[in-house]
Design a binder for this molecule. Sequence first.
Ligand code: ADP
Ligand code: ADP
Length: 225
Amino acid sequence: APVLLLSGVERRYRQGEATLNILSGADIALAAGETVALVAPSGAGKSTLLHIAGLLEHADGGEIDIGGRPTSRLSDSERTMLRRTRIGFVYQFHHLLPEFSAIENVMLPQMVLGLSKAEARRRAAELLSYLGLEKRLTHRPAELSGGEQQRVAIARAVANAPRLLLADEPTGNLDPRTADHVFNALLQLVRASGLAALIATHNLDLAARMDRQVTLRDGRIEPLG
Ligand code: ADP
Ligand code: ADP
């Protein structure tokens, strides 16, 4: 089964008297290990699509399957558990907890799932070292560069070994050179872990490094170009 399958996904927002059809039959399937870039103009619905795929927001129609499992009839707590165990998120802004160190930020999601502190620490140190942050483990977010903050956010997103990574402009807040490095580190980790990834980006150069590029047109997903 695909890691992520969206079939006929619909989402509309009311705006006064009008209805905005943001998604109107969006379809996509991501196989294990497949990396897909989502490239579309601002307002096209990229964030909405990622939130729905990540079970953070409900669709108005269609079906979202995660690892072959339909999600529409799941309870909120079942959705939350599926999200915590199967899906990792990276946002444009790191959203790290400012009072906690880099390693603690990566330990926390694991401890929420019941791992021991020692196990969580081992995994967090391994991930942060893989991302080149072995000398930054005890730094707080404010003591890290923008690129380093995003690397910590990436480590946190994959800390619980999800099968799917969703990212919304993960390097959109970084200067071009740093964006390039961080994006490469992200892709290397995704590929080494066999993760499927759906990544929204405005950067065509970065998008070209992924297996496939899609766009959103009139609420549907189409091949880019
Ligand atoms: P993108 O990520 O491609 O910029 P979004 O998914 O953020 O697009 O937004 C798509 C459209 O939906 C935009 O026009 C936005 O204003 C609208 N929108 C997003 N969220 C809401 C909401 N909660 N209520 C009303 N309109 C929304
Ligand atoms: P990137 O985020 O892609 O690593 P940066 O330009 O942010 O690119 O940093 C380049 C390298 O310089 C980083 O990998 C980091 O190890 C080091 N570095 C960044 N900021 C600092 C800092 N404030 N003090 C010491 N070293 C730093």
